[in-house]
Design a protein around this ligand. Sequence first.
Ligand code: AMP
Length: 538
Amino acid sequence: MLGLMMDSPLLVSTLLEHAESTHGSTEIVSRRCEGDIHRYTMKDAAGRARRIANLLARYDIQQGDRVATLAWNNYRHFELYYGISGTGAVLHTINPRLFAEQLVYIINHAEDRLVFVDLTFVPLLEAIQGQISGVEKFIILCDEDKMPDTSLANAHCYETLLAAESDQFQWPEFDERSACSMCYTSGTTGNPKGVLYSHRSTVLHALASVGEEVMGMASSTCFLPVVPMFHVNAWGTPYSAAITGAKQVFPGPGMDGASLWELIEAEKPDLLLGVPTVWLMLLNHMDSIGKKLDSVENVIVGGSAAPISMIRAFQEKHDAFLIHAWGMTEMSPVGTLNSHNKHMEALPLEERYQLQAKQGRPVYGVEMKIVDDNLQPLPRDGVASGRLLVRGPWIVNGYYKNEASDSFIDGWFDTGDVATIDEHNYLTIVDRSKDVIKSGGEWISSIDMENIAVGHPELTECCVIGVPHPKWDERPVLLAIKQPGSSLSEDDVKAYLDDKIVKWWMPDKVLFVEELPHTATGKLHKVPLREQYHDLLM
Ligand code: AMP
């Protein structure tokens, strides 16, 4: 027997309609590319999203057509999220940190018809325009008087176009399983693969991630998403903000410590979201000016592992709780969060930090398991580690255009991460499966060692790679960046690690480097390092 409930489709336009009627006066604050601070309300955003919809209709954009953005976190990007997806077109957020040839590849692969672009990124498109001839128009996100002198053919001014459109539009109703947005993974090998989110998956993901022991968002929340809207939809926050009416403070291009602090001091957000590298910059800046992040209560950190030194610095210097999160592009992205709860509160501080360093527990909707290489389930004892498989309604079921992949296994998605799960369902990421180091048949976690090493006050970033070794198969080598002026030696670093890791984990070499390579999403890129140091220990 079927239930007797209405079957209203879960469409992202319904989020915006809710936000406008329920949280219409909620403020949205942005630092613009032009340098100034812009303010408007959720009601203003909704009106402008409807103007975008009318503009797309004028350009004959049909349901399912791909429309791209190349933009920072700001109000224009926010209204485009809704304006594009709301019509049934597919919002393709492009990561500007990709190499030129990857940009060409994904714009052509997605068959983007229009690209909405922030001023900063116009030169990126000028350089490749001869290779992306399928794009019909470039719409530059600025006022008429800020229009750059561009070589882009068919470039138009966003504000001029919007001013000519009506703010009346009836959002269409269609199948909730229709594609809503897409984002390409920035894999370390091979071409990027397109992940296509649906309206249903996006709304369910937003609903599941707002709860008190998840992202903890309410109408009283003011949050600063530093995690980019061009990479996995800023962890779904543009949608959860519409559900809750939380105030958004967008940092625009100002991702450095000083610019972030200026915005935090002025707008007083209580929740920050971003990757560890960004918080390292902010924490260093706060140390250098001797100030405290007074308004901040919670910092959600994901994308890479949050080291204990960061958990401690936020807590002890700023009274802010670090919520460790794990997810991936293929998961919309939220998988697990390690939020504050009663059990944690009761723990002695050092034990609590150890628990916070785990990646957390799955949000409702995400199932996870660890398996061995024969796909046999491993125990949830916090010790056994294996391949991490996930499934759920906002987890990818295939790549765009059926791009081949061996990640799909009997209804589960193989994350490519190696992890442990404990009896309370806390996940700990041990490594990327390709980065794990195998020494004499035993596993060494490069992530664990990096997190311990970066706790040294004179090291700013650390990277551990496995290097071929004639006797042990592979041995760890630590590459580290020192604080300016530090005279730290290899022996000093080894002495620091000595009582913190088991003896056989000790890196065979510690090398000091000026910089470390990162992927387009800011993660350590170990492939070129493994090539560079391949013969170091032979
Ligand atoms: P992306 O799809 O670019 O967001 O990358 C997803 C990958 O980032 C995951 O599969 C993990 O390897 C890594 N990752 C994300 N969050 C964390 C975290 N909190 N700790 C360790 N690794 C993480």
